[in-house]
Design a protein around this ligand. Structure first.
Ligand code: ATP
Ligand code: MG
Length: 573
């Protein structure tokens, strides 16, 4: 909740102005029954029509003024709600994009999505409501009680005795609501997860005609969410019948005792009419307070989920250089006894060591799941190694600040993404690159020809995920992004798998002849993609089983030889 308050305080001037207008309008509302009582008990008996009309006009004017003030106050309330939600969403998004890969894995992407959309929406609803009803309802409630105490303390007592019953039930039920709404949001995460998978895998689903299966899966997730929402809402809804029963008993008692007191001349008839009006006002404001509590439970569950992300401490910060001894600057990139595990149980990278001089090219090959991409993630410090160290220019990568480190890389990650925008934007990706650099990158990536064939060339607009490109074209856009700007370290993770052999060969030729100053990592399944590299690392279940040149490995590594033979047959020898 503190984030909600913090962000609302950022707009305190507008909020205060809105609260002031709301307070005046509500006080004006409170005055209306008093005027009515005055007309019935004091003005009507005098028989003065003029006075009656004047007081009537006064009532109308006050009502209109209250109405106009409420409208303006509500506008200001939604302005504050909008702006504070904007701020919360902004903070949440900023934290989300700086989350370490391990933290993002822990939260899961669907959950982060629903926190940014649905949870902030709940917060938005609550902020608006608290500035509208949160001001009006308590004023009417306590103001009503205050005025009625002066009108008739005995009758007020009847009413006041009932209020704690309502307050207690509201309190306990809303307390139960927070975990129930948290559970509901978790079900929503799950539903979004299924939805995302469907959106991503729409083509496979179509191809395999898995509509029914996917429909059922989504229906299940949807039903679970609705069920959870139902439990939470039904629990919260039980407040209403309890409150209605208590308030109806209250009204009956007020009328009963009121009539009794009027008959005994202890009360004027005008007072009882006005009293009942106040009582209705108090009841409706009590209902509004209840609604606020329901919203509070929901918003509080959502606010906790938002805070959980925002309060995640920034991990993988730059460490002190003194704590990490430097190594020889002879090598540009060095892995020294590196081990890493995602789950802390089985090593996904197990004791990997190698060293590359500036400009050298390393090919990484291995079966699927053998840890090739993980090795790249460690080099880019998406995750920290569990033991050993990775060095760039002799300095442990943990001592570089993230920006400096990431600026060294040009990368095309496996399943990297293309966003909706022009080809040029997708290649530039918000970096300071000239058009020449982009053109050079795309030429080396063998993408120039097809880009020029597209309508508008580099201005051709790509769909999100590049769905209006072929697989091979998509890969070449990603490779163009990696190659543009002559990066210090170039990483191509499975970036040529969709290219035909000829294009793949042309790409390799371009990299080997023109990217002399870049140290290059090529991750591939095909031996042909890595065989010209200065060194090749063969991984098997995270373990480095061989390291050397193509010729050396053909001699010494049986597995490598087998892969080569199966892929290239006689060409190997
Ligand atoms: P491929 O050729 O299919 O791309 P790879 O060699 O790149 O495979 P990695 O992606 O590095 O393999 O995965 C190595 C192992 O780590 C696999 O067993 C995989 O299941 C596991 N793994 C990968 N990413 C995660 C993650 N975020 N959380 C937990 N385990 C993971
Ligand atoms: Mg991989």
């Amino acid at each position: 909740m503190k984030y909600i308050i913090k962000h609302m305080l950022m707009h305190k001037k507008v909020a205060l102005w809105g609260i002031t207008l709301k307070t005046i309008a509500t006080l004006a509302e409170l005055a209306l029954p008093l005027i009515l009582e005055h007309i019935i008990d004091n003005v009507a008996p005098t028989g003065s029509l003029t006075m009656m009309i004047l007081w009537g006009i006064a009532m109308i004017l006050i009502s209109v003024a209250a109405f106009l003030l409420h409208i303006n106050a509500n506008r200001l309330a939604s302005l504050v709600a909008r702006k504070s939600t904007l701020g919360i969403r902004h903070d949440l998004f900023n934290t989300t994009i700086r989350l370490s890969a391990a933290d993002a894995d822990r939260f899961t992407v669907p959950s982060l999505e629903s926190r940014i959309t649905s949870d902030t929406y709940n917060i938005h609803q609550f902020t608006g409501m608290i500035l509208r009803m949160g001001i009006r309802a308590p004023i009417l409630l306590f103001g009503g009680i205050f005025v009625t105490v002066f009108m008739d303390p005995v009758l007020t007592l009847v009413m006041v005795v009932l209020l704690p019953i309502i307050a207690c039930s509201v309190f306990f039920i809303s307390k139960k609501g927070v975990p129930l709404f948290t559970a509901t949001q978790k079900k929503l995460d799950k539903m979004i997860g299924v939805l995302r998978e469907n959106a991503v895998g729409i083509r496979v689903i179509k191809a395999l005609t898995k509509y029914d299966y996917e429909k059922r899966r989504f229906d299940d997730a949807n039903k679970e969410h609705v069920k959870s929402e139902k439990i939470a809402s039904m629990t919260m809804a039980s407040v209403n019948p309890i409150m209605n029963a208590v308030l109806n008993i209250g009204t009956t008692l007020v009328i009963f005792f009121g009539a009794y007191r009027v008959m005994g001349k202890q009360m004027e008839p005008g007072a009882i009419i006005s009293f009942i009006q106040f009582f209705t006002m108090i009841s409706t404001s009590m209902m509004a307070v209840t609604r606020i509590f329901v919203m509070y439970s929901k918003a509080s569950a959502s606010a906790n989920r938002v805070a959980e992300v925002i309060e995640t401490p920034e991990s993988l910060l730059a460490e002190k250089i003194e704590d990490y001894p430097c190594r020889s600057r002879e090598y540009h990139v060095e892995f020294k006894d590196v081990s890493f595990s995602y789950n802390g149980k089985i090593n996904n990278i197990d004791n990997v060591s190698f060293a590359l001089k500036r400009g050298e090219k390393l090919g990484i090959i291995g079966a699927t799941g053998s840890g090739k991409s993980t090795l790249i993630y460690l080099l880019m410090r998406f995750y920290d190694v569990d033991s050993g160290g990775i060095y760039i220019d002799g300095r442990d990568i943990r001592t570089y600040d993230k920006e400096t480190l990431h600026k060294m890389f040009g990368v095309a990650l496996q399943n990297d993404f293309i966003r909706n925008g022009s080809i040029e934007d997708n290649i530039r990706f918000d970096r300071e690159l000239s058009r020449e650099q982009i053109e050079k990158g795309s030429r080396l990536a063998q993408a120039r020809d097809f880009i020029e064939d597209k309508e508008g060339g580099f201005d051709f607009v790509l769909n999100s995920k590049g769905t209006n490109l072929s697989g091979g074209q998509r890969q070449r856009i990603l490779v163009s992004r990696a190659l543009s700007g002559d990066p210090d370290i170039l990483i191509l993770d499975d970036s040529s798998s969709a290219l035909d052999y000829k294009t793949d060969a042309a790409l390799r030729k371009a990299i080997f002849s023109e990217m002399n100053s870049s140290t290059v990592f090529i991750v591939a399944q095909r031996v042909s993609s890595v065989m010209q590299c200065d060194r090749i690392l063969v991984l098997d279940e995270g373990m480095p089983i061989a390291y050397g040149t193509h010729d050396e490995l053909i001699e010494t590594c049986e597995i490598y030889k087998e892969i080569s033979m199966s892929q290239m047959g006689g060409e190997v020898e």
